[in-house]
Design a binder for this molecule. Structure first.
Ligand code: ZN
Length: 304
């Protein structure tokens, strides 16, 4: 359960009332049944990357660190240039995290580019409380002990819910389209999918993606798939080409501001600071998406 206290503290987006009237499908899948096989069908994207100069960070990473009582200067910041997008993704990693930069770059690069384009920044930290992952305003943060392709697909599905289907409403999972399809199923995919509409959508994501990418589909591991068919098929159908591989990034969420990692008031000699990074988009062929409002905290104990 997400406690009321943490909901108030960390979740400005309050999910609408959720009619929790369905049982979890049986057998309930473990997340490794999805993340192990799917890695073979989610190809990595070629990339190169460069470190930021000393002293600078993103405001979103700065705030993330401060909100957790961490020192923003303990985060390294780097640009990742994937070959399928002319604009880099900027990522932040706590230097004590058990996940290294290469793994972060590899995993985000396994998301199709039209999924990736809805992710603003990617942060990996350690000990982010009871949470496996957080989504807010386009950003994804994942706890270093929880990072696997299932949790990443779950968090990316929050990003898609808020950003990729804006023409229907944001989040899409709060629209009548999603709720009417949910109503046609007799079960929900996991226990965590019972929490609220956004978690219902996010838990349908890894199943919809497994079914799309792995030959044989979800029937390989879930004999009773027809009981949750409308949820994952609606996820697949409305996202359409967004979850297909190939192509380049048509649009991006603008980057967070650049700030000193030592804070506004700190007296730091200019010699200690590198050149201030320029995070504006340079490509005329990339449409700038409007910022996304919405935030979700995803409880570690529910991913098993
Ligand atoms: Zn979630």
């Amino acid at each position: 359960m997400i406690s009321t206290k943490s909901l108030l503290a960390l979740v400005p987006f309050v999910a609408g009332a959720f009619a929790q009237s369905k049982q979890v499908i049986s057998p309930e899948l473990r997340r490794d049944q999805i993340y192990n096989p799917i890695m073979n069908y989610m190809p990595p994207t070629q990339s190169h990357w460069d470190q930021w100069g000393a002293g600078w960070t993103l405001e979103d990473c700065y705030n993330f660190a401060r909100e957790r009582g961490q020192n923003p200067a303990d985060y390294e910041v780097f640009n990742v240039h994937y070959t399928d997008c002319s604009e880099p993704w900027i990522m932040c990693r706590h230097r004590s995290a058990k996940v290294d930069q290469i793994r972060m770059i590899d995993m985000i690069g396994r998301l199709p580019v039209r999924v990736r384009q809805h992710i603003k920044h990617f942060i990996v930290s350690y000990d982010i409380g009871p949470y496996a992952g957080l989504y807010w305003g386009g950003n994804i943060a994942i706890d270093d002990e929880s990072l696997d392709m299932y949790v990443l697909m779950h968090e990316a599905s929050h990003a898609l819910d808020f950003s990729a289907l804006r023409q229907y409403g944001s989040p899409f999972s709060e629209t009548a389209i999603w709720k009417d399809n949910w109503a046609q199923d007799s079960r929900i995919p996991t226990g965590y999918a019972a929490g609220n509409w956004v978690e219902n959508f996010a838990e349908s994501g890894p199943i919809g993606l497994y079914d799309r990418y792995v030959p044989g589909g979800i029937g390989n591991i879930q004999p009773n798939w027809s009981q949750i068919f409308h949820q994952y098929a609606t996820y697949q159908g409305y996202l359409g080409d967004t979850i297909q591989y190939g192509g380049t990034c048509p649009s991006r969420i603008p980057n967070s501001k650049v700030v000193s990692m030592y804070g506004r008031s700190a007296k730091v000699s200019t010699a200690a600071m590198g050149e201030m990074p320029d995070v504006s988009f340079k490509s005329a062929n990339v449409t700038v998406l409007e910022e996304v409002v919405g935030s979700v905290s995803c409880d570690k104990s529910h991913f098993h």
